[in-house]
Structure formats: C-alpha cells, structure tokens
Write a protein that binds this ligand. Structure first.
Ligand code: IPE
Ligand code: IPE
Ligand code: MG
Ligand code: MG
Length: 350
C-alpha cells in the first residue's frame, strides 16, 4: 500500500489542536497503530482502501478526548501500563473507526467528492462497494470495543450506532422542509454527532472506574462539546471554503439540509429564502445550475448576516456548559486540555 502524505489543511487558528493533544500523544500513536491492524486475510483492494482512509488523517478529536477523559481519572503511579490503559486505547481506536465509517456513508449520501483534502471512496468505487467498506469499518470498531470485555462499553457502542443512524435518517427526512421547527435541528445533531462524543467520553469514564455521578458529568461534557462542534461545522459550511476545510463548502444548503445559520436567517428574513422555496416547489433538480446560483446567493447573504454570530453564540453557550461539567473533576493536565479544546472548537477554521 502506497503511503500518502498527510492531507490535513494547515490550521490558521491560534489554537493548534496538536499542541493540545501533547499529554496523550504517546497513546494517540498507539491508537493509530491499532486502527491500522487489519486482518491479514482481508481482500487486498478493501484493505488498501481502508488503510488509505485511516491514513488520510483527520483531527483525531474523538480518540484524544477518550484518552484525556480516562487519564484525567487514572492514577499515573499505578496505572500507566495496566490493562485499563490498553482497554482505553482500544476504545479510542474504536471511536475513531466508528467516526470514519459514518463519514464514508455520509459522503455516499451527500455524493461528496472530497474529504480531508483527498478524493472520497465513493468517487472511485460504486456506492454499493463503498457502503460495504463502511460496514467493514463498523465491524472493526465493534471488535475493538469488545476487546475491553466490558459489557457496558459494548452496549454504549451498539446503542450509539443506532442513535447515529437515527440522526442521519432524521436529517434526510427533514431535507427541504421549510416548515421545520428549530428543536428538531438539535435532536438531529445530537443523533448524528454529539452522541459519538458522549460515547467517547462515557466509555472512558466507565473504564477508569468512576462512580455514576462522575460518569454523568463526563458524558455531559461530551454532549455539550459535541453539540457545539456540529454547530461550528455547520457555520464553517457557510463561512469557509473547500481548500481550508478539505471537504466541500456550501453543501448543506445545496442539498436542502437546513442547519442552524440557515434556520436563524430564514426566521428573520423569510422573503430572502423564498426563491429557494419556490424553486423547490417547482421541483427544480439539485444539480440544475439555476439551483446552484440561487443557493450561492442565499449562502452569500447568510455569510454576512447576524445569523452567523447568533449560531456561534449558541455554540459558545454549549461550550460554557461543557467547561462547567468538568468543574468537580481532578484539576490536572488532562482536564486542562479538555477545557482548552473547548476554546479550539470556536476558534477552529478546519
Ligand atoms: C466531521 O468531523 C463530521 C462532523 C461530525 C462534523 P471532524 O471534523 O471531526 O472530521 P475529521 O475526522 O477531522 O476529518
Ligand atoms: C456530520 O455532519 C455527519 C456525520 C456524523 C457522519 P456533516 O454532514 O455536516 O459532516 P461533514 O460536513 O460532511 O463532515
Ligand atoms: Mg456531510
Ligand atoms: Mg458539515
């Protein structure tokens, strides 16, 4: 398998995510190795594609959070080489693989052609094979979760996979629904994104042997962090560009997926979105150049509207909550990184 150079766009943010990962760097490298450890008997083309996908990079936020949430509560003197840290590394790898598989499927659903700056699998393989590759990665994730031998962790994974699918299906069914309530947006982003951050942090807390109230605090951090993370992703889809993001920009609205900036904007300016509404009611195809022109116009209006700041404020509010969730947990370098990561979420450009 040929190695590709890392494809991550350079951060223009003052918060370098890699610096924030420093306390868990050694374990993160072990997570990388674990993810790449595939069955030798695996069909070569599939193995090559899966390895390429994993090596195409990504911020590795979810496994980093799993490692931090666990190490925050582990005794550095007695635990460093224990079975517990082995299990935490397996879970961190499982979380990132679950994420990778959902991206593979998401790009099929959205017909997206780039991800992490490289061509998506669905541009090179037919949809059927791509979906199957995603399924394989899901299987690999569950296998790693099962290595913990911890029933609760295995349950968290199975449950999260169901919630993720439910969130994506809800999003699909809400496409082009101009009458939708904003509350459904929060349900969807919990399902498709925050639920996995909950799993990443809750599984870590369970493995580090915490009592229920502390597990809940850590899971709540994952929830609030994940909600803010998806809101910022939805903002960047309006305000950023493909070169910076490594994936298509402006694509949510083009597909009729209404995210928080749009919902704020449409509420304040119903007339400004009536062109889209009309085109939709006239069955204009999403690949019609006229549709693209209409979408570009509305994206431009939203970019410079107060809707962006309003959405950003909501993300900031979730992050304030997330920081509060850590207030009673051990004040060490891991907790500090989890607090700093909250600032990264609103500062990030990629
Ligand atoms: C992308 O997640 C999908 C969302 C939930 C918004 P990331 O932005 O974490 O993607 P990578 O892993 O860094 O590519
Ligand atoms: C996250 O939402 C999708 C998943 C959880 C798979 P998006 O559809 O916004 O993710 P991107 O923008 O394609 O990464
Ligand atoms: Mg997408
Ligand atoms: Mg997005």
């Amino acid at each position: 398998v040929q190695k590709k150079p890392p494809a991550m766009p350079k951060s223009k943010s003052s918060y370098s995510v890699q610096t924030l990962f420093a306390p868990v760097q050694i374990q993160l490298e072990l997570v990388e190795q674990k993810m790449l450890n595939l069955d030798e008997m695996l069909f070569t083309p599939l193995a090559e594609r899966v390895i390429e996908l994993i090596e195409s990079g990504g911020k590795r936020l979810r496994p980093a959070l799993t490692l931090m949430a666990a190490k925050m509560n582990m005794d550095e003197q007695t635990d460093p080489d224990s079975a517990t840290i082995e299990h935490v590394i397996a879970v961190a790898a499982a979380v990132e693989l679950l994420h990778t598989a959902t991206l593979v499927h998401d790009d099929v659903i959205d017909d997206a052609d780039t991800r992490r700056g490289v061509a998506t699998l669905n541009t090179r393989w037919d949809a059927g094979s791509t979906v199957l590759a995603g399924n394989y990665i899901f299987g690999q994730a569950i296998l790693l979760a099962a290595q913990t031998g911890n029933m609760r962790v295995i349950n968290i994974f199975s449950d999260t996979l169901q919630v993720l699918v439910d969130g994506e299906v809800h999003q699909l069914s809400a496409r082009d629904d101009y009458g939708q309530d904003k509350s459904l947006y929060y349900q969807r982003i919990y399902g498709k994104t925050a639920s996995l951050f909950c799993a990443a942090t809750e599984a870590a807390a369970v493995l580090s042997g915490l009592e229920e109230p502390a597990i809940k605090q850590i899971r709540d951090y994952g929830y609030n962090f994940g909600m803010a993370f998806q809101i910022m992703d939805d903002i960047l889809d309006f305000t950023s560009d493909e070169a910076t993001l490594g994936k298509p920009a402006g694509s949510d609205l083009r597909q009729g997926t209404f995210t928080l900036p749009f919902l704020h904007f449409a509420q304040e300016n119903p007339d400004a979105v009536s062109s889209l509404r009309r085109a939709y009611s006239q069955n204009m195809a999403k690949d019609d150049p006229q549709w693209h022109t209409l979408v570009d116009e509305v994206v431009e209006m939203i970019r410079v509207s107060p809707a962006i700041a309003a959405a950003r404020q909501e993300a900031a509010d979730f992050l304030t909550e997330a920081k509060g969730n850590l207030a009673n947990l051990p004040a060490n370098v891991y907790r500090q990184s989890m607090l700093d990561l909250c600032d990264f979420v609103v500062e990030r450009t990629y």
